[in-house]
Design a protein around this ligand. Sequence first.
Ligand SMILES: Cc1cc2nc3c(=O)[nH]c(=O)nc-3n(C[C@H](O)[C@H](O)[C@H](O)COP(=O)(O)O)c2cc1C
Length: 327
Amino acid sequence: MGFLQEIGLERPVVQAGMAGGVAGGDLAGAVSAAGGLGTVGMMAPRAFAAALAEAHRKAPGRPVAANLLVPFIKSAHVAACLEANAALVVLHGGFAPRFLARLRAGGVLVFYTVGTAQQARRALAEDADGLVVQGVEAGGHLVGVEPLMDALARILEVADGKPVLAAGGVADAADVRRVLAAGATAAVAGTRFLLTPESGAHRAYRERVLAADRTLVTLLFGFGWPLRHRVIPNAATERWCRGDQLGPRWIRRASRLSGPLGGAVPLGMLGRMLSLQRPALGLFTPALPLAGMPERTVDAGALYAGETMHRLHDVIPAAEAVTRLTP
Ligand SMILES: Cc1cc2nc3c(=O)[nH]c(=O)nc-3n(C[C@H](O)[C@H](O)[C@H](O)COP(=O)(O)O)c2cc1C
């Protein structure tokens, strides 16, 4: 049986897990109810468990996935995925063999997000059930290093017949058809679903994405998690990334040193730190502006978005986004 049938998915359309409350129960539930695979993004364990339950309430009998960012995983996150009987858990931003083994032992399918053949080989050596290939055009934190179609071809060669999902630059049904024709099992879209009323992003963040004229890859918002990320410009990047997109050396160094701290700081606290951030201060966590936060956070926080922003011009209900992505 193929992966889609195994989890009961009708359409080869997956909504990317987006952490911090962007992809909560509302968004994941709406996507799964519409026949796609909704994914609850990472949050503090209690909120994460509640969001998984909410997604299931909104999409009864439908599969719902979960996303975990490796540096921030706590045992309680794994317990929440098992308790919710997640259809799939996608691990992003590193390798976590112990947590993978625990999830698999509980009967949950686990995929790793990878950007290179080398990472894919390691993921498969750890016995991952499948892979998400991320192209460098993706929004958010990047393990992707080359355009999606190149990475997909390279990784399919080493995937050993395991399901491979394709992420980065997927905005419409034609993109989904393209990755399926190249051998992917399904397509994953993030920015498309950020631009829905069900996403937890601040309204002004969504408006900025629609108005932006470019993205940049930086390390600026790296305090606690020094992994490259694709964002659209705001006052913080204008202040610090003019000379070098990655940001000033001293900020990068501070981020590198803060790396081990990341996992120790509760995710909820990173969100609260965002209201203390100022464009001029030079200390930026990975937290992103959510509905209910002060509007000024839009100029002090990371506005993650992928290259699809050039082709996305509206905020539409998540169910409509699933329809537009369905080949
Ligand atoms: C706002 C935003 C937040 C994201 N957060 C996560 C995350 O928490 N975990 C993860 O695995 N990927 C995350 N990503 C990356 C997505 O998984 C995916 O690779 C990316 O969205 C695909 O590119 P696209 O945005 O062009 O569709 C995020 C992307 C965006 C735009």
